[in-house]
Design a binder for this molecule. Sequence first.
Ligand code: WQD
Length: 339
Amino acid sequence: MRKKILVTGGAGYIGSHTTIELMAAGFDVIIADDLSNSNEKVVDRMEQIAGTRPAFEKINLADEAAVTDLFNRHRHIDSIIHFAAYKAVGESVAKPLLYYKNNLLTLILLLEQVKKHRIPGIIFSSSCTVYGQPDNLPVTEETVFKPAESPYGKTKQMGEAILRDSCLADNDLHAIALRYFNPVGAHPSALIGELPNGTPSNLVPFITQTAAGIRDQLHVFGDDYKTPDGSALRDYIHVVDLAKAHVAALARLLNGKQKSNYEYFNIGTGKSLSVFQLIKEFEKVNAITLNLKVTGRRTGDIEQIYADTTLANSELGWKAELGIDEMMRSAWSWQQKIR
Ligand code: WQD
């Protein structure tokens, strides 16, 4: 019997790429998504890639009655991968209550269903933003959290605390949090990728939209950081590598390989790149010259972060394989498709 995985936010950027990898690994997927940051065409594209259509439920996961009904109709769910959350750092500063309510209530309602229906496990979409600006680099999973730079980051710190406390109180609850570094790029088919709503806040979609002439100019937010070229450093990871990390974490959960019932892993490449370096890679791989201007720093940005991925490599048997060239090539191929 094929195992059934509920993927909340499965029509989103990381959720759609993970759904493809889950289906390729032989799982049946049910996507639950409110389409606030996606559209159902993405499900059509997933069907094109996978050859079969994942089950899809349009649902507000902050609506308790709707969530209860969903789990009453879909019995024998073997695990949940919970992506559904608002994730725009700047928006979270302007609308904190929206972020706390949506990002925390959806998790709490899901955990109530996990307990009620004795669902074997849940994987939580966390973020390197939980670390704030670390004192020492690379960050390990035991790096102490600094105050998060935004309400978005705080909802990820609180989400992990909710999972930790729930697992401490209930040995039958099994959870894994994956702390993403910076996901970029798109599926090699160029049928799915990042679909930012409105003006992109993230670097790579802004780069591809500038290259496509949708944006006039790319602004580099600060070149006065204490880094080799003055621009900020991040750990950029291909979204397909990130998707595969979820399949590896799911296997650990379902095969009972966890060493404790709440675990958390850094999912990055372990390499850091500056904004200028990433821009140069994009220009080189795609033979494009970008119109850019250096401006002041963006409020809330940290100077540098990148991952120590030893734990995920050893415990999940997972390692990022795709390089920055494929990240930049696939990002541009995707942009050209959706232009
Ligand atoms: C990367 C670098 C910017 C745009 C955030 C969240 C993280 C995850 C990814 C959700 C920074 C610079 C950016 C631009 C620029 N979110 N930049 N010009 O802020 O590292 O991470 O998004 O999953 O949780 O914290 O990503 O892509 O916004 O910025 O110079 O137009 O690019 O200053 O140094 P960030 P980002």
